[in-house]
Design a protein around this ligand. Structure first.
Ligand code: NAD
Length: 309
């Protein structure tokens, strides 16, 4: 199959490209390198530097493509609170641009990476796809809004759409920005470098951490599965771990008895997040293979940034 990945130089996009190439697909990759890095794109990808708002470029790239994996986005929740206009422009406008170009060229299917963040704070757990979303950041609003555009444009023009709501993905190669880094690579780096782990609020808040390989298997499968048109599907581990559990697991896998420091003034975000993955199991034959400890061990082994000094 000839495929196009937007956001191919990112954490998930580069790993997905490697998986699709391994499965024998042809991969064209688009990225503007705004946060992505060209050197993570696997050899074998036909890489094009560019912005997904550039529709003439998309028209050229999309010729004979059967499936688009649309991953390009701005992904920093805290940044989205400061710059909602930019998040709207890239995550919503960029998605509409990709959908319009797909319509113009006549592409068959799109797999869109939405986020578990669209659920926001919910009393009932686990989170299932029929719940009414309650997004609580411009990032989450932009993903939900993009979901509606993908489905609506898809339905109007006969493009098959599959929306994956990915929970807290982690693994080797995840970005580690200085400001508001994702908790897993931040804790691992702090532990191996001999620093302490700053926990926001009490640390009792839970998240559904899902290892990279499990997410990538689900994405690859969504490109070829039948009976998924118009579906929204959670991709998580199906388990929840508190941040305090995570501290213990990081100490266990690194073997470093580091100290947790609590910042009680910082918001810990929503109290609980756990994905109901029944639909993923039925439609994508999805079974997460990695426990948190196994995923952390793989991340430590495979990511050179976490080698002990
Ligand atoms: P990432 O930041 O590593 O990758 C996004 C890529 O998109 C980057 O390489 C960036 O340069 C590119 N990009 C941004 N704007 C662009 C534009 N206008 N044109 C072309 N390229 C552009 O993020 P990621 O973690 O790999 O996430 C990929 C997707 O999965 C995103 O849509 C994100 O919302 C979604 N997602 C990720 C997670 C997670 O835990 N990583 C969870 C839920 C959803």
């Amino acid at each position: 199959m000839k495929t196009l990945i937007t956001g191919v130089a990112g954490f998930l996009g580069s790993a997905l490209a490697a998986k699709l190439l391994e499965e024998g697909h042809q991969v064209i990759g688009l990225d503007d390198l705004s946060t992505g890095k060209e050197d993570v794109i696997p050899p074998g990808v036909q890489f094009e530097l560019g912005d997904m708002l550039d529709r003439p470029k998309l028209w050229t790239l999309l010729q004979e493509v059967e499936c688009v994996y649309h991953l390009a986005a701005r992904v920093a929740v805290q940044e989205s609170i400061l710059y909602p206009r930019e998040y709207n422009s890239t995550n919503v406008g960029g998605t509409v641009s990709v959908m319009e170009a797909m319509r113009d060229v006549g592409v068959n299917r799109v797999v869109f990476t939405s986020s578990g963040a669209v659920y926001g704070a919910q009393v009932a757990q686990p989170l299932h796809e029929e719940m009414v979303p309650a997004p609580d950041s411009p990032y989450a609003v932009s993903k939900l809004s993009a979901e509606y555009y993908v489905k609506t444009i898809g339905r109007l023009w006969g493009i098959e759409t599959v929306t994956l709501r990915i929970f807290n993905a982690y693994g080797p190669g995840q970005h580690l920005p200085a400001d508001h880094p994702p908790v897993i690579p931040y804790f691992l780096r702090q532990a191996v470098k001999g620093g302490s782990l700053v926990v926001h609020n009490s640390g009792s808040q839970t998240r559904d951490f899902v290892y990279l390989d499990d997410v990538i298997s689900a994405l690859a499968r969504a490109g070829i599965a039948s009976d998924v048109d118009g579906k929204t599907i959670n991709i998580g581990s199906g388990r929840e771990h508190s941040i305090l559990d995570l501290v213990k697991s990081v100490i266990e896998v690194t073997g470093v008895d580091t100290e947790a420091i609590f910042n009680h003034k910082a918001s810990g975000g929503v109290n609980r997040m756990r994905a109901d993955i029944t639909r993923a199991s039925l439609l994508l034959d999805y079974q997460p293979r990695f426990s948190l400890i196994e995923g952390l061990e793989h991340t430590l082994d495979l990511d050179p940034r976490f080698q002990k000094e």
